[in-house]
Design a protein around this ligand. Structure first.
Ligand SMILES: Nc1ncnc2c1ncn2[C@@H]1O[C@H](COP(=O)(O)OP(=O)(O)OP(=O)(O)O)[C@@H](O)[C@H]1O
Ligand SMILES: [Mg+2]
Length: 277
């Protein structure tokens, strides 16, 4: 099936944004409180960042279209040059809408299940491992015994995949490296730690900011880790990013800390999954 036109996607996103804004206002009016205020702040930052990202390509699309329309006698090579810049801007908008729609669809049905995170992790590693192995990379597992905990499988899988891909893509450029994945339980928390042997994070404090990317133009939206951060917050879980240097190994490290949410009782309603905020 043919993809939707970029303008149609853009309209769809803008409609969602309007709906989101209305929701934000409704929640603000209903439930005051620190946690909600923080969530709204990060949502507002996200919306501002997104508007800014759209404005850059839209400014060049509008500007170059105006130049062409203002002088229909421009030499053909100029028209071609400007048309190419318009095309590039539209491509950037399309890339952004695709990433945004993907993250919006992920959160639209929020069912939770009681799962063993080792199994969720392993099934996601299996999905991507082969391609990276062919590039000379290794994924090492060090799974500790974990109790089941309540999570949304799809969004947590996305968190694992984003972190794995970031590290593996980084090491692919070096043509060698190891992604070490460790899990363990400590008191009422589950830890999942990803350590790669790439060049490390250039600016560890910025990696969760929406649209922060060091990838070349067209290669990354900079939304991967900011979506991971939001997902972790929805699970009341934490995520930290840092660089490590342990003698023979150094690189980037992501530490995920989940609360253990145990099954309360075996009522049929809970067996079929439940909703969390
Ligand atoms: N394992 C890593 N090693 C080095 N840098 C990393 C690593 N993980 C993340 N980063 C840095 O954090 C930035 C943001 O990552 P994020 O996943 O949010 O966006 P991205 O990978 O650039 O694009 P995309 O939205 O397509 O995922 C990356 O551009 C990179 O600079
Ligand atoms: Mg990424």
């Amino acid at each position: 099936m043919k993809d939707k036109e970029p303008t149609q996607k853009l309209e769809e996103i803008l409609e969602r944004l309007e709906a989101l804004k209305a929701e934000v206002e409704a929640v603000k009016a209903d439930i005051p409180g620190m946690v909600i205020a923080q969530k709204l702040d990060s949502l507002n930052n996200f919306i501002s960042g997104m508007s800014h990202e759209f404005n850059n390509p839209l400014t060049s699309i509008l500007g170059y279209a105006q130049i062409i329309l203002g002088d229909l006698n421009l030499p053909p090579d100029k028209i071609r040059e400007y048309a190419q810049l318009i095309y590039k801007g539209a491509q950037r908008c399309e890339e952004l809408t695709r990433a945004l729609l993907a993250s919006a669809n992920r959160t639209s049905s929020w069912k939770t299940e009681y799962l063993d995170l080792n199994q969720v992790l392993e099934s996601n590693i299996k999905l991507i491992e082969k391609t990276y192995q062919e590039n000379g990379l290794t994924i090492e597992r060090d799974y500790g015994q974990l109790p089941e905990t309540e999570v949304n499988r799809g969004s947590i899988s996305q968190v694992f995949i984003n972190i794995l891909r970031n590290g593996l893509d980084e090491m692919s450029q070096l043509k060698e490296g190891t992604m070490h994945v460790r899990t363990y339980q400590e008191r009422d928390r589950i830890y999942v730690i990803f350590s790669d042997t790439g060049r490390g994070l250039k600016e560890p404090l910025k990696v969760f900011d929406p649209f922060y990317t060091t990838r070349e133009v067209g290669k990354g939206t900079g939304l991967g880790l900011s979506v991971c951060y939001q997902t972790m917050k929805l699970h009341e879980a934490n995520i930290l990013a840092c660089n490590y240097d342990e003698g023979s190994r150094k690189g980037a490290r992501f530490i995920l800390e989940f609360p253990i949410v145990e099954k309360k009782d075996e009522t049929p309603a809970e067996e079929s999954g439940s909703e969390i905020a």
